[in-house]
Design a protein around this ligand. Sequence first.
Ligand SMILES: [Fe+2]
Length: 212
Amino acid sequence: MALEIHQFPCLNDNYGFLIHDPATGATATIDTPEVAPINAALDEKGWQLTHILNTHHHFDHAGGNEPLKQKWNCTIVGAANDAHRIPGIDVKVADGDTYDLGSSQAQIFEVPGHTSGHIAYYFSASDAAFVGDTMFALGCGRLFEGSPEQMWDSLSKLMALPDEQRFTVLMSTHKPMRHSRCRLNPVMMTYKRGPKRLQTCAREGYQQCQRR
Ligand SMILES: [Fe+2]
């Protein structure tokens, strides 16, 4: 059974995502940009938070980990190779691992470049990948800790996801405008020559992508 995905705005230009496994009730927030909107979204949906799936350590992605864990006693999942920077981490995952959110299985990809310990969660049965700050609708994340070569390798992993009979919706954690003025033109110029059929969530959000 496919995940239910609820997208909502947080902070100035972040997206929050709640993902809900209907078979078991397991519910995760992708990152923790801002506590109040996440709790409000949980209230709105009537879901109980069981997991936090962190993509990377930045404050607008892991800053709400501890207050949310205190309120919900949820399990925090994050990158093994960046565990020391993920507050409250319980489960450490690495490239090639899988993680089960209830009955929904995520494949873990290490996608360094924006940070050294950035990961993405790919739920193949739901045709959805949560890519954090690795890729945006019109660009990619800034190279705070990695090299252009690392970022290119990471984008290549995302480009290899299914994009024909079934396409993968890539869900990034920022609205495109501010971050789309990519400082990594060599990387992005290369990217633009890649497959064009990968769909990304632009301003219209996940629901719009679903209608395509
Ligand atoms: Fe970031």
